[in-house]
Ligand binder design. Structure first.
Ligand code: CP3
Length: 350
């Protein structure tokens, strides 16, 4: 029977309402683990593919055809709004985002202008194409959080420990807050464009914020993430907040104002539930590397995640980080059905 996306298990779990089974989606469910993705992307640079509405729609929908996942995530990248706002950035295959001129001084801030909806016309165009085919499963929009975006801008590219980023955070708080403030503005605009076009939930990726201590999170990061969640509150869609290695800051991430807090695989979900406190749903957190192990291992670990997830007020099953490119899509299909069956009253979704 057709269900309005509003009543879908994914949105119900985000709102901490009863669900018929634990909803599932996977970060990076679209992408390099899928042969059909590699075919569509052949010869098209990553960031160019993110500006072509037909390609965004096709790649977003590819995993929806293969898996019984409960939500789609827009195919884009956290660098898309920065490039649209005029930052010289590219995504190099096998490396990641690379910035032409790193941001290290207050003069460099001039290169970060606000993002206007007119800078990203392909986003609403793509969202309309996706919604026309998606049926009753909701679409998740997303953006990068200020710390993670700042890390790429300051380091000039991917980095192991984000040392230059933390050095600037300690050494020049004025520049730090000015930079994160501008990035928060860009992120707010980019999320608002997606919600206005029809995204039913949003996720803020602060992938690398696990690099800071709790006290530094409170001083240097929280004011900016809080402002983003506050700006999106009126939109009325669930707001998800995710980072990697965030065990020490889960409580503060919850304080920043999201409805759902994502956890990586390092913190068991029952412990994560204690750390985020009441009034929050959780998302996570099977180790993506576990999907490369034998099925019996995957089954045992996934069942454990489902069981621990029951201690949260709401639980959206996901991995603790993105799908690894070498993952077998058949394993993701089987895992999705397993989670639905293990968690469902009738043992079957639908
Ligand atoms: O399915 C989905 O989850 C939606 C697609 C998505 C992409 N990037 C597509 C992509 C999402 C949600 C992102 C977010 C993103 N981008 C994050 C936050 C999530 C996370 O993984 O922590 C970050 C840190 C980035 C920056 C980025 N972009 C990295 C580190 C890389 C990988 C570089 C590499 O080659 O290993 C990218 C490129 C990228 N973004 C790819 C995809 C499918 C691979 C590029 C390709 O297919 O050629």
């Amino acid at each position: 029977m057709a269900v309005h996306p509003r009543d879908s298990p994914f949105l119900r779990a985000c709102r901490r309402e009863p669900v018929p089974y634990t909803p599932v989606w996977f970060m990076r469910q679209a992408g390099r683990s899928l042969p059909e993705y590699r075919r569509v992307r052949a010869g098209v640079p990553m960031l160019e593919s993110c500006t072509r509405p037909d390609m965004i729609a096709e790649i977003t929908l590819q995993p929806m055809r293969r898996y019984h996942v409960d939500a789609a995530i827009l195919f884009s990248d956290i660098m898309v709004p920065l490039r649209a706002a005029g930052v010289g950035v590219d995504i190099k295959p096998g490396i990641g985002p690379v910035v032409d001129d790193p941001v290290r001084t207050s003069a460099d801030l001039a290169r970060l202008r606000p993002l206007d909806a007119g800078d990203v016309p392909y986003i609403p165009q793509a969202v309309r194409m996706i919604l026309a085919e998606l049926g009753d499963r909701p679409l998740i929009g997303f953006a990068g959080a200020p710390f993670t975006l700042a890390s790429y801008l300051i380091e000039g590219g991917p980095s192991r420990n984000h040392d230059t980023t933390r050095a600037l955070m300690y050494g020049d708080p004025g520049l730090w807050h000015a930079l994160l403030g501008r990035l928060a503005d860009i992120t707010i605009s980019f999320l608002q464009v997606q919600v206005a076009a029809g995204a039913a939930a949003i996720q803020l990726f602060d992938s690398w914020v696990g690099a800071v201590s709790a006290e530094d999170y409170r001083q240097a990061v929280l004011p900016h993430t809080s402002r983003i969640f506050a700006a999106l509150a009126a939109a009325g869609v669930p707001r998800i907040h995710f980072g990697v290695g965030t065990g020490e800051v889960l409580g503060l991430m919850a304080e920043a104002g999201a409805d759902v807090v994502g956890a990586d695989w390092r913190v068991p979900l029952d412990e994560a539930a204690r750390r985020v406190g009441p009034g929050k749903a959780l998302q996570g957190n099977l180790d993506p590397a576990a999907l490369l192990a034998p099925w019996e291992v995957i089954k045992e670990r996934a069942t454990d995640v489902v069981e621990r997830g029951r201690t949260a007020e709401g639980h959206v099953f996901n991995l603790g980080h993105g799908v690894l490119p070498e993952t077998d899509p058949a394993v993701l299909a089987r895992l999705t059905d397993l989670v639905h069956a293990e968690s469902g009253l009738s043992g079957r979704p639908g």
